[in-house]
Design a protein around this ligand. Sequence first.
Ligand code: PLP
Length: 417
Amino acid sequence: MGFSQQILDIAAQAEKELAPAFAEFDRIAQVNTQRVLESFREHRVSDSMFGGTTGYGYGDFGRDAMDAIYADVFGAQAGFVRYGMVSGTHAISTVLFGLLRPNDIMLAVTGKPYDTLFEVIGEGKGNGDGSLADFGITYDDVALLPDGGIDFDGIAKKLEEHGARVKVVFIQRSKGYANRPTLSAKEIGEIVSFVKARCGAYVVVDNCYGEFCDEAEPTAYGADIIVGSLIKNPGGGIAQMGGYVCGTKRAVELVSYRLTTVGIGTECGATLGQTREICKGFFFAPHVVAQAKKTAAFASYMFEKLGFAVEPKYNEARHDIIQTVQFGNPEGLCAFCRGIQKGSPVDSFVVPEPWGMPGYADEVIMAAGTFTQGSSIEISADGPLRPPYTAYFQGGLTYESGKYAIMTAAESLLGEM
Ligand SMILES: *Cc1c(COP(=O)(O)O)cnc(C)c1O
């Protein structure tokens, strides 16, 4: 249990200065927990829903209730949550193929989407088989402004240029692997209004890492679709796989035809006993997200004091659970990730190495000492090995364990310096 005096001092100072930020995270968790519990009551959540179905899954009222609860809590008309979705990318891909048709255009308005979507779009390293491009769907984008703001003039120009061919306007809420600020649900609402005033495109939000960070989700501000992963925020560290899609009735229905098939949509799909985890995870999620935000703010304070550029700063608002720390060189990035791994509950003895993960353009180093493989609501850190060698750090099921991992990473880094 040997942390150096320097790290112990910064940690003590951090908790003093972070008290108001922590109180705000707790307040948001309270608001969201209340919304979840009221929806559970409204939909009569009961032990009988957790048994699960097999085969076609007809009449699975637990599944139907969870679909309705996700929609309600996220301020949407409709939605579905399915443990069978293998990742966030799978869920987002299902949305895109559900809404886009040949000759349509997908217009990303917050810069290039998350790395793993390049293959889906048909702009990855692969030959494009099965991608949107393979189906005659065109991709275009509007970059963020140099200060990270939304380029509304740029969006207006592209909408005018492409006209009615733009079927999906795509927004990524979180920074992903880009050096950019995260959008609040409210800022996304401003983009939605701007787009809706000019065209009839579906506004789709990649909501990964954003759920429960604000008091409402982008669907409450008019987005047609929000989509995300259950091994991030809304699974609460309990759900062991899965994804969700919420939005307008029409958009969710179209997407549901790609989830299963035309004519079936959300009406089939056995839950095999997974509904308890999905439900329990959603119950925990607002609280766990607050724990992750506390861990992130603590990390922001710690690494700023150690002399690194961090985003967001410890006293800035948080609209997702990601914290970035810029190390400027591969050694720093790797030392940080190894420290996080060492401070994790599972596989703490493992030393992470950079590798060329499927779906990513650069080598990536990942620390994931998690109970659920690859879960990033649990403490985890990763970063592509490219300048400026930024670590993207997120999660922490409990603030206490998150804080411990951050202090361990800080020690690991000091050892390298
Ligand atoms: C995590 C994430 C995804 C999906 O990633 P998966 O690993 O496929 O779950 C997509 N977009 C963003 C911004 C993400 O953070």
